[in-house]
Unconditional design. Structure first.
Length: 260
């Protein structure tokens, strides 16, 4: 099973994609209002506490989230070295300026990135693209032509990865991939680009022939409905967001982004 494929055995996969999207949006918007370590830390702790109920194994969560952790550490490290100086200064050398302000901001960014991305990865990466398209069209009433086009494009991502691998093997078999790594990458990227355009044109023609772009009301093979557990998921997201904001305001660390 692909690491980004929805695991049907996981509990979190059974929620409606629209409810999962709404839950992620609630948590994200709350954290985007303030840059402080307290609100992000509270959200991260609550999300980590809820992970055992997601139905995903620790190994699967780690494989999906380790790039996020690496990106958060790099972002915070850059903030430590080049962040806005304030308070006591610990090191200053050229452009490098490590101070209380840069350390505080780096911690806030580290926790903020993890708190925003972790629930998004867990919830949205366990969502089947077809179920998401059904929910967006039937519940949110987005244009079916736009939703189905996006779904078709998303389904082709796996094919592009396979095409890249086959192009690499074919070029190596012809002896044109033995030297010049940069030149090989550029040539292979152009070949993949041409192949993607051809496949996209054929797919668009096939979808038009099957009536995907026809005017009028559209029928759906699988109805998308919201259940009670979907409402519980959204309420949990509101509770997590409210708890993080209340704790940050009580601690006096809540700082609106436009006040920075």
């Amino acid at each position: 099973m692909s690491l980004l494929a929805a695991d049907p055995a996981a509990r979190v996969s059974s929620f409606n994609p629209v409810a999962k999207f709404a839950a992620v949006l609630v948590v994200t918007l709350t954290l985007l209002l303030s840059i402080d370590p307290v609100s992000a830390g509270v959200t991260l702790l609550l999300v980590l506490a809820l992970l055992p109920w997601s139905g995903l194994s620790a190994r699967m969560i780690w494989l999906r989230c380790w790039p996020l952790l690496a990106a958060a550490v790099l972002a915070s490290a850059a903030t430590v070295l080049y962040g806005r100086p304030s308070g006591a200064t610990y090191l200053q050398w050229g452009l490098l300026h490590i101070s209380d302000g840069s350390l505080y901001l780096a911690l806030a960014i580290l926790l903020r990135v993890l708190a925003i991305a972790l629930p998004a990865i867990v919830l949205l990466s366990t969502t089947d693209p077809t179920d998401l398209a059904d929910g967006l069209s039937q519940l949110l009433h987005l244009p079916a032509r736009f939703v189905l086009g996006g779904l078709a494009g998303l389904r082709l991502v796996g094919l592009l990865i396979e095409d890249w691998r086959e192009l690499s093997l074919a070029r190596r078999a012809r002896g044109v991939a033995d030297a010049g790594r940069v030149r090989r990458f550029l040539g292979q990227s152009f070949a993949l680009f041409v192949l993607a355009i051809r496949r996209g044109a054929k797919l668009a023609t096939a979808m038009e022939a099957r009536g995907f772009g026809a005017p009028g009301a559209r029928t759906w093979a699988r109805p998308s409905v919201l259940r009670r557990r979907d409402g519980v998921l959204v309420l949990i997201a509101f509770a997590v967001a409210a708890a993080s904001a209340v704790v940050a305001v009580t601690a006096g660390t809540w700082t609106f982004v436009w006040a920075l």
